[in-house]
Design a protein around this ligand. Structure first.
Ligand code: WT7
Length: 651
């Protein structure tokens, strides 16, 4: 983005929703004054604030020597402290008397169900942790996990955390190539997977994808396979081991490793503006403290809550708000394996009804998909147990907010619109539901310890209601510690746009009451259904096809997904444009990256519009793909005939 003045906001939302009295009465934070007082304390003296939280809410084998060591952009939290997040999720809950309380309420897509209490989950985690140790996995070894949404996924991550082996979880929708890239980058020697996972009545061939990936990863020594679908798989002797064989003779006791507060807990790959995915690093102590407190206060957790976050654990939302945050609060966590429309569009609401869900957290893209199916479907279910709703992943448009509020929340549940990123580790801007007046479309105010501001490109704070860049001016406990293997890129990407502040890449406006309104991303990363896809990555996937010479990918507005991709493809001279080739290209992108990155439109063209310096003019392409014509400024365009030709090509 060249200047912040170019971010215009056209939103004028006037509806507002104060916290319902009954909600505020029992809420953990119940007035704006209380929030403001605590927020001020947390900004004026962050070390005192976080030391108090870490002391009261967590178990430490050894207390820290120093709360924060900040050498911008390198942060260390709870320096010298020793702890274990799996201990805090399990053993500590059991010590607090929650051993027989349900930890996981599992719902498989075919309809099978399972429940694991905190005691049972601890036993499973210990068995698997012992099995990992026997396989030779040591503290510091990065373990790759590529699994369906089943309880063993949670078991695997907590087992890794228990022995101090960082995990790298890859979303089950990613392809073999994507797995191979990530296994390579992380130098991972152990992969945990399953034969398959259920999705919309079919089996996702997870083991097959791992087999394909492993062919390109000679350093992989162990592939642990959970039997989930009983589908046919190829067995590689010497490499593959059944999960059940490994754990059958293991003890259900495994002492938690005393991890350093700054030991790597996990890496999670996310898209950047270049083709190479970034391994975002999160460490132990700060992440543990921050995810627990945000869960407790933003979801206003009570001991009997049945909480359901419909995200996949393969994304940061699942890491922080299916596993680590909620379990540290001792609540019951619903976990659903499959698609929202299997066997029909009532599936989610049936789960809410059957499991008596009290807090439900989902993405705007899901809300819009449900909206399209009509109000009759949710109306068939008893959802009166719900008391709070949440939203994450992209701005929730006020129409969707209102629909969610009325038709899912029965007009009684507050909605917490939570803004954050893979990099931030935890929720950064969101309502405290018993204290804030909600405005549909606004994520409201920063959480404790978060010094958020809207600035211009020089770092100067913008006046109320002017759009600008969202930045964070102080370190926070769950912030990323870097990009795995590329600290230069970390500095460059997050800390160099404006000196000494964290650059979020999001455009934002702050209104006169201090509410933040997020406006989307300022770079070329496209947000599809709440997931960031780097256009550069899709372009390089297209270009890797034998018929493609050049490709440009841009984001266009999409009613359901928020944004979708449109691809302009210049073919090699010996290739011929056809519908079959379009299909082939889509399959190719799905294979290279995953189905989520498939463009909605592919247009063939002789050439792409470029500036004289050879940069593709994405702005023109965006306009063309969204409106069908180009009216914008074309003065820097090199070859004017290109645009005319492009307009004629079909979508
Ligand atoms: C980007 C981060 C956070 C977990 C899921 C996505 C956008 C996220 C909101 C929100 C407006 C949002 C931002 C952000 N985003 N939540 N409540 N309102 N925008 O994680 O893949 O790291 O993407 O998602 O653009 O930068 P992610």
């Amino acid at each position: 983005m060249s200047d912040s003045e170019s971010i215009l906001s056209s939103m004028t939302e006037t509806r507002s929703f104060p916290p319902p009295e009954s909600f505020a009465k029992t809420a953990r934070i119940s007035s704006l004054d209380e929030y403001q007082r605590l927020h001020k304390q947390s900004i004026d003296d962050p070390e005192a604030f976080w030391a108090d939280v870490a002391e009261k809410n967590h178990h430490w084998f050894k207390k820290w020597d120093k709360v924060l060591d900040w050498q911008c952009p390198l942060a260390k939290w709870f320096v010298g402290g020793k702890t274990n997040i799996s201990y805090n999720c399990l053993d500590r809950q059991i010590e607090l008397g929650r051993g027989d309380h349900a930890a996981i309420l599992f719902e498989g897509e075919p309809g099978d169900t399972r429940e694991l209490s905190y005691n049972q989950l601890l036993a499973e985690v210990c068995r698997f942790a012992n099995a990992l140790k026997k396989l030779g996995v040591k503290k510091g070894d990065i373990v790759t996990i590529y699994m369906p949404m089943v309880p063993e996924l949670t078991v695997a991550m907590l087992a890794c955390a228990r022995i101090g082996a960082p995990h790298s979880i890859i979303f089950g929708g990613f392809s073999a190539t994507a797995i191979a890239d990530r296994v390579h980058d992380a130098e991972s020697r152990t992969i945990i997977t399953a034969d398959g996972g259920w999705r919309r009545g079919s089996i996702v061939p997870l083991k097959y994808n791992v087999d394909e990936a492993v062919k390109k990863c000679p350093n992989v020594e162990n592939v642990v396979v959970l039997k989930r679908c009983d589908n046919e798989i190829t067995w590689n002797d010497g490499l593959d081991r059944w999960w059940s064989d490994l754990v059958s003779s293991e003890s259900d006791v495994c002492e938690a490793e005393q991890c350093d507060s700054e030991d790597l807990l996990f890496i999670l790959y996310t898209s950047g503006t270049t083709g190479k995915p970034k391994g975002i690093m999160h460490t132990t102590g700060g992440y543990m403290v921050y995810t627990a407190l945000t869960s407790k206060l933003i979801f206003d957790f009570k001991p009997d809550d049945v909480y359901w976050c419909s995200a996949d654990i393969g994304w940061i939302t699942g890491h922080s708000y299916i596993t680590y945050g909620p379990l540290q609060n001792g609540v019951s966590v619903v976990m659903y394996e499959g698609a929202p429309n299997h066997p029909d569009w009532g599936r989610f609401w049936k789960i809410v009804q059957d499991r008596k869900v009290t807090v439900f957290y989902t993405a705007p893209t899901a809300v819009r998909a449900f909206m399209r199916q009509g109000t009759e479907i949710p109306a068939r279910y008893d959802m009166s147990t719900l008391r709070l709703l949440g939203s994450v992943g992209e701005p929730i448009n006020p129409e969707a907010w209102m629909w969610y509020h009325e038709h899912i929340g029965g007009s009684r549940c507050p909605i917490v619109d939570t803004w954050w990123q893979t990099e931030t580790g935890g929720i950064m801007i969101a309502p405290l539901p018993g204290a804030f007046t909600l405005k549909p479309g606004s994520a409201t105010r920063p959480f404790f310890g978060i010094d958020a501001a809207v600035t211009d490109s020089t770092g100067k704070e913008q006046p109320a209601n002017s759009g600008g860049l969202l930045v964070i001016r102080k370190p926070w406990p769950s912030m990323l510690r870097g990009i795995y293997g590329d600290m230069d890129r970390y500095r460059e990407q997050y800390w160099s746009q404006i000196e000494n502040v964290y650059f979020t890449s999001d455009a934002c406006r702050r209104d006169e009451d201090g509410n933040f309104w997020l406006m989307g991303r300022v770079d070329d990363v496209i947000n599809i259904s709440g997931h960031r896809i780097g256009t550069a990555e899709v372009e390089s996937a297209l270009v890797s096809h034998k018929s493609v010479a050049e490709a440009a990918v841009v984001g266009i507005p999409h009613e359901i997904k928020g944004q979708a991709l449109a691809a302009f493809v210049a073919l090699k001279l010996d290739a011929t444009a056809s519908d079959d080739l379009k299909k082939e290209l889509l399959d190719h992108v799905a294979k290279q990256i995953g189905a989520i990155a498939k463009p909605d439109q592919i247009r063939f063209t002789d050439a792409l519009p470029k500036t004289r310096s050879g940069k593709i003019m994405r702005r023109l392409l965006k306009e063309l793909a969204s409106t069908g014509e180009v009216k914008g400024d074309t003065t820097t365009l090199e070859d004017f005939s290109v645009v005319a030709k492009l307009s004629e090509s079909d979508g």
